[in-house]
Design a protein around this ligand. Structure first.
Ligand code: SAM
Length: 242
């Protein structure tokens, strides 16, 4: 059995993958939000709005936004009155997020954490969210188990991730966009073609929604659900802890 894992299309050791993912996000941190707008034509804002509408944050509840990066999803939930902890393995992404939160007058908790081995106590949160983060995690089943552990009974798990589209015609259009244009935009705007090539490859390698839904159920969540958006380009996954 091989202990190698994929870093994009390359096979590397698990430790090397975690290190290289770290380097990717340190490299893109300062340009991350601008690049999201350019790569998605602003669509990521609508996806995040839709996602937060599904999570339905309530005043005072404790939410862990895992792999929260520069805070985009966390800010939306904090504005609805939730007490949000933003956790991410990458201190550079969190530092950009903290600056953005200050500029917006938002009060959140920021913490460097590896999704695979969280330092939070069991049953700490009412909801756990992870947006465009889990495909970068080296050991996804370990991260799902940790999500289940830190949630209270009745807690909600919500994940949004890219998926490969099945729509005829659209899939080809997307492939062209992803393979040719995204790395070029990465080079032009962030002077970093390689990191953006990794992001495209990691999307392609992520399990299909039905397979990921089974992994969510395997981690102990009930009513695991996968809701496709935009022809299946993005999927919102959910589950409950009972
Ligand atoms: N959720 C944010 C958003 O939607 O704008 C950021 C998403 S960004 C594409 C992916 C994030 O996952 C990065 O900030 C990266 O540092 C984080 N990440 C990667 N591996 C991780 C891990 N093992 N534990 C925690 N965060 C991780």
């Amino acid at each position: 059995m091989s202990d190698k894992v994929n870093f994009g299309d390359e096979l590397v050791s698990p430790e090397e993958k975690t290190r290289r993912v770290g380097a990717v996000f340190s490299s893109v941190a300062r340009r991350y939000d601008l690049m999201n707008d350019l790569m998605s034509g602003g669509m990521h804002r609508l996806w995040k709005d839709r996602f937060v509408n599904r999570v339905k944050p309530r005043t005072g509840e404790a939410i862990l936004d895992m792999a929260g990066g520069t805070g985009d999803v966390a800010f939306r939930m904090a504005r609805r009155g939730a007490q949000v902890t933003v956790a991410d393995i990458n201190a550079d992404m969190l530092a950009v997020g903290e600056q953005r939160a200050d500029a917006r007058g938002l009060d959140l908790t920021w913490k460097v954490e590896n999704a695979e081995a969280l330092t939070f106590a069991d049953a700490s949160f009412d909801a756990y969210t992870i947006v465009f983060g889990i495909r970068n995690v080296t050991d996804i089943p370990a991260a799902l188990k940790e999500a289940h552990r830190v949630l209270k009974r009745g807690g909600r798990f919500y994940c949004m991730e890219f998926s490969s589209s099945d729509w005829p015609g659209f899939a080809k259009l997307y492939d062209n966009w992803a393979d040719k244009l995204i790395p070029r935009i990465g080079k032009a705007v962030a002077d970093d073609e390689e990191s953006y090539r990794y992001l495209v490859e990691s999307i392609r390698r992520f399990p299909r929604p039905s397979a990921f839904k089974a992994m969510v159920a395997q981690a102990g969540f009930v009513r695991a659900n996968a809701e496709p958006m935009l022809g299946g380009l993005v999927t919102i996954h959910s589950g409950w802890k009972i």
